[in-house]
Design a protein around this ligand. Structure first.
Ligand SMILES: Nc1ncnc2c1ncn2[C@@H]1O[C@H](COP(=O)(O)OP(=O)(O)OP(=O)(O)O)[C@@H](O)[C@H]1O
Length: 876
């Protein structure tokens, strides 16, 4: 026996690769002791066939009275069966078709099955073909919908199209469920109809309808199926075994044998697709509608649990088919939005490991003790969430491929070991958990406000689908490690059996309480994890796998015992588990879903992010506006600076002008002073001095004459002794060269005046331009927007006004100058005249007496002004 372990990906195990175990197996508590005879079974079968309508009429009234083990009537005859079901919420799948696998075996061509599981006819189809004659085979989807229609019409099973396979003939089973009996001998099964406020209208109407006529078949929330692994051709099976797949019966006539009835009995010829269709498909769809659902495979090692749950590439099992259906449902339900998250854990040697957080061995073949495993997971209990494992990695998945990939990754980390019965035996219980969150889709952001606007009050609905592949029960192995693992596996399975066996008593005892608090759920991690499902909060489908020996093959009694234990386990589960599963309420965000519904949290987060995005956008716009404003301000500041520079320039020009004017004034005064001592001038002055124009000019000029110059003039003029032409030359400065110099000064002054006029005109023009551009910028729509600009504009106005004033002043001065120039001219003319006269006069006097020449000098010395300046100034 190989004892090596591996983390290699699982590959399909070869058909009949292992033999059934022969070792001792843990005993399952047996609360059902009777062993119905094969005759009783046959009688039942016969009645099933001949009077199908009875099933409906006895749906709720009687418990089965047959001696079939697994029906509560065996030990609690007459006691109402406690199986609870939602009205149509989790309907039983159609019964098996013509799958009676009892001796004598069917004809060889009877079980010809199509190779593709999805395209293959289902058992229900087979049944249909038998009842209604051969018809073409429809797709599995069509079959499902037809099944649904028939169920609603009360027929309970497929009708209509079907197919024959070769020359096979099939019969359709009558509508029935575990709560119904064609014999009319089943005890009453008090069925709980989910009339909770969250039940859909469809559910309610179905419930009412079922209550009303009592003829409609009520569907159980707990489906128990048995699958027989093919150990060889079915017709070579041991004659002690009889399988009626169509009716869900299985009997063993050997030692400790009995007759058993289940919701489904799958023969070796049934493939994975058929198993899924009948045992899990409707559960999966109900999970999508808001119910919690649990599917688990139980059975002896090597009997096909993993094969049924995972399947192979060519024959996908329950898990991949469920995943396909989940996404089909999402596609078919456009008015809701979904969020799926998946976790994958294993219970190995009573320790929980997160398979999604673990790393598989890189070499692919790593001894168990060397396999890297993630952090140990603890189980916690919460009133809302029930029992859950934490911390557990959950991955959000968006497509079937992604989900399958995640699970495949977890599979790589699952502990697998070689045992006597299975080369790749699962050494742990593996739990895939898919959490489905859904909510009504609304236009807008999908927040609660949008919901209210759309008239939708509901929040997020959360449901969980648990798909569990249990480790197989096995006898004590020779290998120490395998033995230790086996002990843990067997102990947990034993606890599971014990809990299930005591569920019936528990329900009787704790009708009021019903919390199962005294049940040994805590004795193993497996039962603790399954507690919510076993205690009634979940729809359950249990698939028990077993292997039936071939005829003539020596049978190990231990194997037989283990097979019988599996059958008993299944029977008890079917009778004792009571499911009160209700559709999950829609959690309103912030109340219940706060910690649970990721969808709501994501929606809230999306809304928050959207708000943040809007805010960001606004901030960006604001930033852009501010930037533009800054740029505008900078432009204005540059303008102001430019204006400032221009102003400065103008100020400089003005200063230059002032200086020049002063200079010119000085020059003019000097030229006047040059005539101070001249008699001609003095005499002319008396005629020049008029009260009117000269006075204004003199006042104006005097005001701008520096006092030192005046003093100089005064000194010169107050010295009569030296006041002759010669003296005048010495004190007259640059212009003391007589008449010619005076005319030159006048010309220079005129040129200067022209220059200044031109310069002032330029200044005026520039000022005008500056004012205009400033005004146009201000009126460009931005004027007055900012205080700084207003201030700047105000300052500009003031400056411009100052400039205007200055120009006016300059103009006035210019006028003065012009007047002064014209006065000078006329003075020059008079002087010329005076000189001429003087020359003539002096020529005559020279002839007579030279003394008279000095007379003008003494004649009228210029009176000094009050400030001591030369009085000559006043002649201007
Ligand atoms: N219905 C079936 N049809 C074809 N092959 C099957 C079927 N059931 C099981 N097998 C084969 O039997 C072998 C053992 O099956 P599987 O590993 O699924 O058993 P198991 O119950 O999971 O065992 P363990 O508890 O040791 O993990 C595999 O090779 C598998 O391919």
């Amino acid at each position: 026996m190989a004892t090596q372990t591996t983390t290699m990906p699982r590959t399909p195990r070869p058909f009949n690769a292992s033999k059934p175990p022969t070792g001792a197996l843990p005993a399952i508590p047996n609360t059902l002791n009777s062993k119905p005879s094969l005759q009783a079974l046959r009688r039942t079968s016969l009645l099933h066939t001949t009077s199908p309508s009875k099933s409906a009429s006895h749906s709720f009234s009687n418990r089965p009275q047959s001696g079939i083990e697994g029906t509560p009537s065996l030990d609690r005859s007459g006691t109402p069966k406690r199986a609870v079901s939602i009205a149509e919420a989790f309907p039983r799948p159609p019964r098996n078709g013509d799958r009676v696998t009892s001796l004598p075996p069917p004809s060889p061509g009877h079980r010809a099955m199509p190779s593709s599981p999805l395209a293959s006819p289902t058992r229900t189809a087979n049944r249909d073909s038998l009842m209604h004659g051969p018809k073409s085979m429809a797709s599995s989807t069509n079959l499902a919908s037809r099944y649904s229609r028939d169920r609603d019409s009360g027929v309970g099973f497929l009708s209509g199209a079907s197919t024959t396979s070769g020359s096979n003939e099939y019969t359709t089973s009558p509508p029935r469920s575990r709560s119904s009996s064609p014999l009319g001998s089943y005890s009453t099964n008090p069925t709980t109809v989910d009339m909770s406020p969250t039940a859909s209208a469809e559910d309610l109407s179905r419930g009412r309808s079922a209550d009303r006529d009592g003829e409609k078949e009520m569907k159980g929330n707990v489906i128990v199926s048995v699958r027989v692994r093919p150990d060889g051709p079915e017709d070579q099976m041991s004659p002690e075994w009889s399988i009626d797949g169509r009716r869900g019966f299985l009997s063993y006539s050997g030692k400790d044998g009995g007759n058993y009835e289940y919701d489904n009995v799958f023969t070796p010829s049934d493939n994975n697709a058929q198993v899924y269709e009948a045992s899990a498909k409707r559960l999966v769809r109900r999970v999508m509608e808001g119910y919690h659902g649990t599917v688990f495979a139980y059975g002896m090692t090597g009997t096909g649990k993993t094969f049924s749950m995972q399947g192979t590439t060519s024959s996908p099992g329950v898990i991949p088919l469920a995943i396909t259906d989940i996404f089909s449902f999402i596609r078919e339900t456009p008015h809701r939005e979904f969020l799926l998250r998946v976790s994958y854990l294993e219970i190995y040697n009573e320790r929980i490991h997160d398979l999604l957080a673990s790393q598989p061995g890189s070499t692919g073949f790593v001894p168990l003790d060397q396999q890297t495993k993630g952090e140990e997971i603890k189980l916690r209990e919460d009133p809302k969430r029930g029992v859950y494992a934490t911390p557990l990695k959950e991955e959000i998945v968006q497509s079937p491929t992604q989900l399958l990939r995640v699970i495949a990754r977890g599979d790589l980390c699952r502990r697998v070991g070689s045992t006597q019965f299975n080369a790749r035996s699962s050494r742990s219980h593996a739990v895939v958990q898919i959490v489905v969150e859904s909510r009504e889709r609304v236009a807008g952001n999908g927040n609660m406000a949008d919901n209210r606007r759309a008239g939708i009050n509901g929040g997020v609905r959360v449901s969980t689908l648990s798909l569990i592949d249990l480790a197989g029960s096995e006898r004590a192995a020779e290998d120490k490690e395998r033995r230790a693992e086996g002990a843990h596996i067997n102990r947990s399975l034993l606890t599971l059996g014990t809990v299930i066996a005591r569920l019936a008593k528990d329900a009787d005892k704790d009708k009021d309480k019903g919390d199962g608090s005294h049940l040994p759920y805590r004795d193993s991690k497996l039962t603790r994890l399954l507690q919510p499902a076993l205690s009634g909060n979940s729809l359950i489908s249990i698939l028990c796998t077993l292997s039936i020996p071939l005829a003539g093959v020596s049978v190990n009694l231990t194997n037989i015992g283990e097979t019988i234990n599996t059958l008993k386990f299944a029977a008890r589960a079917r009778n004792n588990i009571v499911s009160r599963a209700k559709k999950g309420e829609d959690f309103i965000a912030g109340i219940d879903a706060g910690s649970k519904a990721l969808l709501e949290r994501y929606r809230t987060e999306i809304n928050d992010l959207r708000r943040e995005l809007d805010l960001q956008k606004k901030r960006e716009e604001q930033h852009l506006r501010e930037k533009e404003e800054r740029e505008w301000i900078q432009e204005r500041e540059a303008d102001i600076e430019r204006h400032g520079e221009q102003l400065l320039e103008m100020q400089l020009a003005r200063t230059a002008l002032k200086e020049r004017i002063e200079h010119l004034n000085r020059l003019i005064l000097c030229s006047k002073s040059s005539g101070v001592n001249s008699a001609g001038i003095n005499s002319a002055r008396s005629s020049m001095i008029g009260p009117a124009p000269g006075h204004m000019s003199s006042m104006s000029i005097r005001s701008s004459i520096p006092s030192n110059q005046v003093v100089r003039f005064s000194t010169a003029s107050s010295n009569p002794s030296s006041g002759d032409d010669h003296d005048e030359d010495s004190t007259g400065g640059d212009f003391n060269d007589g008449n010619a110099t005076l005319s030159a000064q006048v010309r220079a002054l005129q040129a200067d005046l022209t220059d200044r006029n031109r310069y002032i005109a330029t200044l005026e023009k520039r000022l005008l331009q500056a004012r205009r551009s400033s005004q146009s910028r201000t009126s460009f729509g931005l004027g007055g927007r900012f205080t700084g600009e207003v201030v700047a504009e105000g300052r500009m106005e003031v400056l411009l006004k100052e400039k205007d004033d200055e120009i006016a002043e300059l103009r006035a001065r210019l006028d003065d100058k012009e007047r002064m120039v014209s006065a000078l001219r006329s003075a020059a003319r008079k002087r010329d005249v005076a000189e001429l006269c003087g020359k003539r006069f002096s020529g005559e006097s020279e002839l007579r007496s030279p003394v008279t020449v000095d007379s003008p000098k003494t004649e009228a010395p210029l009176p000094a002004n009050a400030d001591g300046r030369d009085g000559l100034v006043d002649c201007f």
